[in-house]
Design a protein around this ligand. Structure first.
Ligand code: ADP
Length: 186
């Protein structure tokens, strides 16, 4: 069984096998989580991203997909880069599906590498504008649903929330999902 945990903190400080980056499709760096990961992880990560752009991902990484690189100097083995969708109410359904895909694909890539522990930020909930509570619901529900597959081999999926408000939001959404799960068993 995969343990799902929530912590308040900085994703670049997590001692896990794989940290997930809320990247953009250029893979060449940005703000928020992306900026922090490249700053703390050092130039090796960007070098590998450049190689990915020069080879398989010449047009950039499509939204909803994930790809791994070294974690450079971070206390992790790999960075799994995923590209979240920009929030747009008019295209909610397609984009929510893409956000769920970010979690599924990141978990698949991490599991393929042999990672046992994975840390996620709240993908799309920063510059990309996804309302936090809904981003939390999609993130947690998708990871729970992915549990029985190869993802079941993972020991821990950790959500790293930046700031107390984000942590509380995830915690509330998580409590709701857990109590629904319990009712479902009755
Ligand atoms: P996106 O472009 O996918 O919206 P951002 O990096 O802008 O990604 O933000 C995603 C979430 O990560 C936001 O909730 C933001 O507050 C949070 N965040 C920013 N920096 C960090 C960090 N160092 N560790 C963990 N979470 C972070």
């Amino acid at each position: 069984m995969t343990r799902i945990t929530l912590v308040e903190g900085d994703i670049t400080e997590q001692q896990v096998d794989a940290v997930v980056n809320a990247a953009n499709s250029s893979l060449l760096g940005g703000g928020g989580v992306d900026g922090a990961i490249h700053r703390r992880g050092g130039p090796q990560i960007l070098e590998e991203c450049r190689r990915l752009r020069a080879s398989h991902w010449g047009r950039g990484l499509p939204t909803g997909q994930a790809v791994a690189t070294t974690a450079g100097q971070l206390p992790a083995r790999w960075v799994v880069h995923t590209v979240g969708p920009v929030y747009r109410e008019e295209e909610y359904d397609e984009r929510a599906e893409l956000l769920a895909s970010c979690y599924r694909e990141s978990l698949r890539v991490a599991a393929e590498l042999g990672a046992r522990t994975v840390a996620f930020p709240a993908v799309s909930a920063g510059v990309y504008g996804w309302p936090l509570e809904d981003a939390a619901r999609i993130a947690l529900a998708t990871v729970v649903a992915a549990g029985p597959g190869p993802v079941g081999e993972l020991a821990e999926v950790r959500f790293v929330l930046f700031g107390a408000a984000a942590y509380r939001t995830f915690e509330q959404v998580w409590q709701g999902i857990e109590s629904e799960g319990r009712e479902g068993q009755d």
